[in-house]
Design a binder for this molecule. Structure first.
Ligand code: ISJ
Length: 269
């Protein structure tokens, strides 16, 4: 799987404008996967471990959606998805040998074990989905068994694109570190997480992200030829809240935790 960061040229890979451009493109990916998911009911059953017996496969106590996610990740690891430094599996124990020769990615990040996927999935299932799947001007059942497979497939796409988005925080953090090494070394040595969080925060950029996202959700969430009263394809407020309350905060957690480990390791990935 190709990395979205232009790793052929490490200088470009760590250019903040280039990274921010990738983050803007990822907004479209996340939004389109959410629109796909929002056409189905919440189907809460697929997130409960053991609630749906998974037939003709070794017994598992995973939820149906987790089983689909883990199975997809196992396959995708065989085609090198997780060799890319911007991809992190939700089930590291599912990683298998690749069927293709290994890729040689240039080293742009420093050794770290930062991964927020568990917290991301908890928030996705517990807070984000219930809002995204809320009725948007149409009567809807809470469950539709015939959509269990499609809902889980759309969830995998949403989770993987959200995971890439928040873990891009490592490239942002490395770029900011190189731009102001002395300040960050001082904050890291003082283990001043609050100070690091303030140093990596750009409130103007965050405001622009949310404004742009609202515009995109309003534009992509409606059919141009339908009248204004037609139901929207996505709950716009839910999309903006997702970024404001979860995506941006988790991206900053990744930035801070990556920087806290920046002076410990060797150059990696
Ligand atoms: C990603 C960045 O770092 C922080 C996180 C942001 C986000 O997740 O959208 C935006 C601005 C910063 O507060 C950045 O500076 O672009």
């Amino acid at each position: 799987m190709d990395s979205a960061i232009d790793l052929s040229d490490p200088t470009r890979a760590l250019s903040l404008p280039h990274i921010r451009y990738q983050l803007i493109r990822l907004e479209d990916t996340v939004l389109f996967h959410l629109i796909e998911r929002a056409q189905f009911p919440l189907n809460a059953t697929i997130y409960s471990p053991g609630a749906i017996p998974i037939r003709n496969t070794p017994s598992t106590n995973l939820s149906f959606m987790d089983w689909v996610l883990r199975s997809q990740e196992e396959l995708q690891s065989k085609i090198r998805r997780y060799e890319s430094p911007d991809e992190y599996p939700f089930f590291p124990d599912a990683m298998a040998e690749t069927v293709l020769p290994p890729l040689k990615y240039p080293k742009v990040l420093w050794e770290n074990d930062v991964c927020v996927n568990e917290e991301l999935k908890r928030r996705y299932v517990g807070s984000i989905l219930p809002q995204v799947c809320t009725d948007v001007g149409r009567k809807e059942r809470a469950e539709a068994q015939e959509n269990y497979g499609s809902s889980a497939t759309a969830d995998v796409a949403c989770l993987q694109s959200l995971s890439r988005r928040v873990h891009f925080g490592k490239f942002v953090a490395e770029s900011k570190f190189l731009q102001d090494e002395e300040r960050f070394v001082r904050l890291i040595k003082a283990e001043d997480k609050q100070g690091i969080d303030e140093a990596i925060t750009d409130a103007k950029v965050e405001k622009k992200v949310l404004e742009r996202l609202r515009l995109k959700a309003e534009m992509y969430g409606t059919d141009p030829n339908m009248d204004a009263e037609a139901p929207r394809k996505i709950n716009v407020d839910a999309v903006v809240a997702m970024y404001k309350d979860h995506v941006i905060p988790l991206t900053k957690v990744v930035e801070v935790e990556y920087l806290m480990q920046r002076l410990k390791g060797t150059k990696w990935e």
